[in-house]
Design a protein around this ligand. Structure first.
Ligand SMILES: Nc1ncnc2c1ncn2[C@@H]1O[C@H](COP(=O)(O)OP(=O)(O)OP(=O)(O)O)[C@@H](O)[C@H]1O
Ligand SMILES: [Mg+2]
Length: 421
């Protein structure tokens, strides 16, 4: 991996004010992906001690400086996780159990429930994780109505089309990274999509009416049931729905922005979110705003870092601090400080022959962060999911348009030349 130093670390979480520490300054943190070292590091300035639970094969030595105790188990096995956490709690009392990683959100909710720790209910977290459960709940409430049904067979796909018309979307009920999201415009496509669904080993899938319109995501933080919207983000996707760029603030007029804020707060009330971060994806359709999905964690794709650049707020640091009682709640949405944008690098599929332009790109005005995570000799796949992307550029500007323009110019300077083999 080629990593060129970013400047994100210069953005201090200045909104934090330490007040009386809660009974303990220890956190139980569960899981974590590619950015986990960066996340855990954020606990150190407050002297928070971390007990870390991770799958054995995912633990990396580079995490050792940031964790105080480590337990390596399959944390998705709740029957093992709970007794271990109870024992840990009796030996090393901790104030909170936290995760910001998708596959650990439900296990963490079980731990909070079993140990009486602050957090969201198991029901809330499960509703957010399971897209079909979320649709059922919202449709029952008549909020953000979307025709949706779980299917198991090709014939279920045909029936859904007969009942709801075209276009529709077929996707996994609980995946991420836009893997296996298919848009269907013609019943003739169904046979091939059915083959692909089987190739992905999906025993069931979610069918939804196609929601047409621009897409945004919204970052929020909930303090004892009071939701504060932090940022709205414009999203650019490839035709297969894989995200290829984001920018903050979303370019919405004031009236639409107010509608979005109200819509997100109503949604978070509907799923009974009580505490912490949320990342909610929304389509602005002709029939009104519609939820795509939401999770009780900050957005991925470096959206947390874009929020930092735009608003000076680090949602991950805030999550660690809030659940330990070392962060004051925000009273209002933050003031915009700058525009921020990210563009992902997606060179043509093939073997990487040459990477150039990085030194020039690194001198660019407005560059905040640049990562290229492929090397000469690596195979680059056609971008079918987020993990197929090859790197990213984050840039800032006085306005969001300036940030986007700079980001796109810098992206063009980075040349990743591939050859078919
Ligand atoms: N019903 C729908 N109508 C229109 N577009 C949809 C619909 N469902 C999903 N999409 C598109 O597909 C994208 C990915 O869907 P979704 O967010 O449910 O999957 P995901 O795998 O969780 O994605 P990611 O992790 O990338 O956010 C959405 O951001 C949206 O662009
Ligand atoms: Mg999504």
């Amino acid at each position: 991996m080629i990593y060129l130093k970013g400047y994100i670390e210069n953005y201090k979480p200045f909104f934090m004010s330490l007040h009386t520490m809660s009974s303990t300054n220890r956190i139980l943190y569960i899981g974590g992906g590619r950015e986990i070292a960066e996340t855990l590091k954020k606990a150190k300035p407050w002297g928070l001690e971390i007990i870390y639970i991770q799958h054995k094969e995912r633990f990396r030595e580079e995490l050792l400086p940031y964790v105080d105790r480590v337990v390596l188990i399959d944390y998705e096995d709740i029957d093992v996780l709970i007794p271990i956490c109870k024992t840990l709690q009796s030996l090393f009392p901790f104030a909170s159990a936290i995760s910001m990683n998708e596959d650990a959100l439900i296990p963490t909710a079980y731990v909070c429930d079993a140990l009486g720790l602050p957090g969201n209910s198991i029901e809330t977290v499960k509703t957010l994780k399971d897209k079909s459960l979320m649709r059922q709940r919202l449709n029952q409430l008549g909020f953000s109505p979307v025709a949706a049904q779980v299917g198991y067979t090709l014939s279920d796909m045909l029936t859904f089309v007969q009942d709801n018309g075209l276009p529709i979307v077929i996707k996994p009920t609980d995946a991420s990274g836009s893997l296996g999201v298919f848009r269907v415009d013609d019943t003739a496509q169904l046979e091939e999509i059915w083959q692909q669904v089987q190739a992905l080993n999906l025993s069931s899938f979610l069918m939804e009416e196609y929601l047409d319109g621009p897409e945004i995501s919204v970052e929020s933080f909930t303090f004892h049931g009071r939701h504060v919207v932090l940022a709205a983000t414009d999203k650019v996707t490839l035709s297969n729905h894989v995200e290829i760029g984001h920018s903050i603030p979303a370019q919405l007029n004031a009236e639409t922005y107010e509608q979005v804020v109200l819509f997100v707060k109503t949604f978070l009330d509907a799923v009974k979110l009580e505490e912490g971060p949320a990342h909610t994806e929304i389509k602005l359709t002709k029939k009104g705003l519609r939820i795509i999905e939401s999770h009780n964690r900050p957005g991925g794709d470096r959206i947390n870092e874009l929020v930092q650049v735009a608003y000076g707020i680090d949602m991950k640091a805030m999550t660690l601090g809030w659940f330990c009682g070392v962060v004051e709640p925000l009273e209002t949405s933050p003031q915009l400080q700058a525009g921020a944008a990210i563009r992902f690098l997606a060179p043509p599929a093939g073997i990487v022959q040459e990477i150039s332009g990085l030194e020039v790109a690194q001198q660019s005005t407005g560059l905040v962060e640049m990562y290229v995570w492929v090397e000469v000799g690596d195979r680059i796949n056609v971008v079918n999911e987020s993990y197929d992307r090859s790197g990213h550029i984050i840039a800032t500007g006085v306005t969001v348009q300036e940030a986007i323009d700079r980001c796109e110019q810098i992206s063009q300077q980075v040349q990743i030349i591939t050859v078919e083999r």
